[in-house]
Design a protein around this ligand. Structure first.
Ligand SMILES: NC(=O)c1ccc[n+]([C@@H]2O[C@H](COP(=O)([O-])OP(=O)(O)OC[C@H]3O[C@@H](n4cnc5c(N)ncnc54)[C@H](O)[C@@H]3O)[C@@H](O)[C@H]2O)c1
Ligand SMILES: O=c1ccn([C@@H]2O[C@H](COP(=O)(O)OP(=O)(O)O[C@H]3O[C@H](CO)[C@@H](O)[C@H](O)[C@H]3O)[C@@H](O)[C@H]2O)c(=O)[nH]1
Length: 443
């Protein structure tokens, strides 16, 4: 089948590449000329494990191409995916300007029946709006379908090729047939496609993300309580997660959820509720708790250093909002680095993939290190924000000899408390007892 994908961010690129891999001919359209030039040059614009192999293979086999021209991209396409940004607008609701602008441009250039698919995360009622925008200038028949994407960054290819489910919102039999044909290779491998109406599909995406954000936030609240009562959140997680009604995934307490999706989608669902005059109290609480959680370690650093970080050097391991991505959108590390700098500290950072993106924000205000120990060497404390595999089993000897004080603040609970005690580190994590051998370091 011939497919067009408009927008080649994470979702567009994965969607386009994976559908090429299942035998379709895909043209990706993006207005970013530099990005398109890069991709035409076989350069991957993002870091996503496993995607480059499929990307190169499908370009080489002539099934994946790139253009900046919408008209050229959609020529002959049976399906047009809109994988465009839906960032928070000024009031926090999803900004539909990118989607509606492309919908408007599509109307006059459609020349045969086509299925236009909202792949972006969009509020309830968007399919109707897109349909109206296209219809205003269209001379041919078309359908608009909601097909939200559930992939996670870092494991995007697997999530796309082996999804728990695919959700398709359409009340058109013609569109359903086209979508069934497109997803047939995944269905044959046992991955279900769930058909429903457009509005339910749109709401399913926000419900899923908000539920997962709530699950994490609930465990973060339990972690905070653990610290007060002297319990261990890891033990509690194992205890509750084995209940199959709860499930053991997305129960890891830490320094709050980040990324390009949970923060904006929880906020957008709260705005939708308000629009319908519904007071969704739970979502307000989730956002408030997550905000507090993100900067939870900062006061602990201040306390450890006797009231001030002035003149201290803080090493930061991990900048990306999660491992295996270079994405730093809403990453907890960014909030904290800003606080460290404002408190008068010097900051040395290391991340395996995200440093280039962080340079665009902090420039030369912080020091970028070529490896993890270059950050920790001669620093007064180490703070961990991302659970990259390489941070899970560090050389503790090198770490201890390099640090000016043997103190680790761990926002991801990577290390065993007993091991840290034996090694002689001071170790402050989330929802677990503090390992404190040394006295507060005086300024
Ligand atoms: N990132 C994820 O993991 C993820 C997962 C599921 C769903 N989503 C949703 O998918 C949507 C896209 O997210 P993303 O992270 O891929 O976005 P992104 O911001 O990474 O990329 C969007 C791309 O669209 C391009 N673009 C903007 N206007 C355009 C236009 N008029 N024509 C062509 N291209 C244009 C931009 O240049 C950019 O390359 C959002 O609604 C998001 O919520 C994202
Ligand atoms: O137990 C957990 C699991 C995750 N997180 C945090 O939650 C955030 C989001 O993580 P994850 O969901 O793995 O990454 P995303 O790539 O943002 O994926 C989410 O957002 C996407 C965009 O909508 C959806 O498609 C995915 O289904 C949904 O998981 C990150 O900050 C994680 O550190 C935790 O703190 N504890």
């Amino acid at each position: 089948m011939k497919i067009a994908v408009v927008g080649t961010g994470y979702v567009g690129l994965v969607t386009g590449t994976c559908f090429a891999e299942t035998g379709n001919h895909v043209t990706c359209v993006d207005i970013d000329e530099r990005k398109v030039a890069k991709m035409r040059n076989r350069e991957m614009p993002i870091f996503e494990p496993g995607l480059d192999l499929l990307f190169h293979r499908n370009i080489d086999q002539g099934r994946l191409s790139f253009t900046t021209s919408l008209a050229e991209g959609i020529e002959g396409a049976k399906v047009i995916f809109l994988a465009l940004p839906t960032p928070p607008g000024e009031d926090g609701s999803a900004d539909l300007k990118y989607i509606l602008q492309v919908a408007e441009e599509l109307g006059p250039i459609l020349n045969q029946y086509v299925v236009v698919v909202d792949k972006s995360t969009v509020p309830v009622g968007t399919a109707e709006k897109v349909r109206a925008r296209i219809a205003a200038n269209a001379t041919v028949d078309f359908d608009v379908v909601s097909n939200p994407e559930f992939l996670r960054e870092g494991v995007a290819v697997d999530d796309f090729m082996k999804p728990d489910r695919v959700v398709v919102g359409t009340t058109s039999k013609d569109a359903q047939k086209v979508m069934e044909q497109l997803y047939a290779p995944l269905v044959r491998q046992g991955n279900p496609v769930i058909f429903m109406d457009e509005k339910s599909a749109e709401l399913t995406k926000y419900a899923a993300n908000s539920f997962l954000a709530t699950k994490i936030t609930f465990m973060n609240e339990i972690a905070n309580l653990c610290e007060l009562v002297g319990a261990d959140v890891d033990a509690v997680r194992r205890g509750v997660g084995t209940d199959t009604r709860i499930g053991n995934r997305f129960l890891f307490a830490g320094i709050g959820y980040g990324g390009s999706c949970f923060p904006k989608d929880v906020q957008a669902l709260e705005k939708t509720s308000k629009e319908y005059e519904y007071d969704f109290k739970l979502l307000d609480a989730v956002m408030e708790v997550n905000h507090r959680q993100k900067t939870k370690l900062f006061p602990k650093l201040i306390e450890y250093f006797g009231g001030s970080l002035k003149g201290k050097t803080i090493a930061v391991w991990g900048l990306a909002f999660k491992p295996n991505t270079d994405d730093i959108r809403e990453a907890p590390a960014l909030y904290n680095i800003k606080d460290f700098l404002e408190a008068g500290a010097r900051v040395k950072v290391y991340d395996p993939e995200a440093m280039e993106n962080v340079k665009e924000i902090f420039g030369d205000q912080i020091t970028y290190c070529s490896h993890q120990y270059a950050a920790s060497d001669e620093s007064d404390a180490l703070v961990i924000f991302t659970e990259w595999p390489v941070f899970r089993t560090p050389d503790f000897d090198v770490l201890q000899k390099g640090l000016n004080n043997p103190i680790i603040f761990d926002g991801r609970n990577l290390y065993d408390l007993e091991v840290m005690k034996e090694l002689g580190f001071d170790y402050i994590s989330v929802g677990r007892a503090e390992v404190r051998k040394h006295q507060t370091v005086k300024v």
